[in-house]
Design a protein around this ligand. Sequence first.
Ligand SMILES: C[S@@+](CC[C@H](N)C(=O)[O-])C[C@H]1O[C@@H](n2cnc3c(N)ncnc32)[C@H](O)[C@@H]1O
Length: 402
Amino acid sequence: MPATNLVALAASLREALDSPLVVESDADREARLDIIDMIPVLNRKFVGELQTIRDMAWEWLNVLSLKAVSHWNIATLVPLEGEISYTDLSTKCGLESTALRRLLRHAMTNGMFHEPTIDHIAHNSMSRNLVEDPKTAAWVDLQTETILLGGTYQCEALDRWPNSESKRETGVSIGFHNPGQTSLFEEVKKTPEKIQKFGLAMELFSSGEGYEVGSLVEGYDWAKLGEGTIVDVGGANGFASSAISDAYPSLKIVVQDIDVTEDMKTEHKRPNIQFQKYDFFTPQVVKDADVYLYRWIFHNWQDEQCIQILRAAIPALKPGAKILINDGCLPLPGTGHASLEKAARNIDICMMVAMNAKEREEADWEELFKKADPRFKYWGATRPTGSRMMLIEAEWEGTKVG
Ligand SMILES: C[S@@+](CC[C@H](N)C(=O)[O-])C[C@H]1O[C@@H](n2cnc3c(N)ncnc32)[C@H](O)[C@@H]1O
């Protein structure tokens, strides 16, 4: 194999960086994913493995300068047009100007903001997202102000509480100086602003690439249910149900959640959707529905709790009723696109840190149903096109219990 001509490679990469990105066909989409996978490999090759390891240990600095941007609300204080001096920005945000300049110049090395005139900062297309996309801003706040605290203490938490299934025995509880006594949700619930940002950050997942609710609507044969009933268990404000209802208005849908507020009932109101307060650890109250949908519920819980949730559905199930889980599914290591595996493993570790929960592999889903009750017939897991979430289905083959 001839040696790479680095000068020619640099020129073609530069040309690619300077041209608009056009992703139109399936082949383009696949090539885009291939290139995303190659970038870290190229980096390791050109930077060298030793330096890559040293750089990995320094990655927290990227998070720190991003956290500073979020913590001092820099994105909203920098004018969307024109520029502002570090001195004036310092007066507005309350952070002393030398530290401000150092942190923002670090953020700039990650493509966030620029300095069109020396000592004056301005937005660029990347930093504008923090103003124009409140969900991304909330995501940064949740990760850098709250979950990062847990990450800092996660190894200590695992040493202290090995195999714990408690949502309080996490790095988060140590980070909040309340070891073993507080959970992420309990901490978030202390501040209305944090609750609101948490909700927004979670919504990001429903609009982000590969997490669109459209794949749940298109990836399952809802038409076969005709005028049947779906129960959306832990359905929050019903945003997923409303999308199903818009495509299949003859379905009857009950959205259940532990917290049902008046706001939640109106955000995605539809004539065929009812809201109901319900705790999914208690026997299911909507009997004889056709499908019990659990979207993004199980990855918040350890196996024993997931088994309890499945068993709680049994008293309501008629023969042939379906349990449909819409959740992540970890690939086996090194299979599929590396960037997609990385995203799935990021969520997995984030769930560990945040609440002692986890993502699962396909075999784990089958096992959960088996352990919950052998009368569940596992139908398998399918991935709707372009989705990062799977549809995992089982059918109740028992007789009616309740
Ligand atoms: C990660 S969110 C998923 C929401 C929605 N299904 C989605 O796809 O985004 C988990 C939901 O479960 C609800 N939940 C938590 N514990 C519950 C319980 N014991 N019973 C019913 N709902 C619960 C939460 O209030 C929240 O709306």
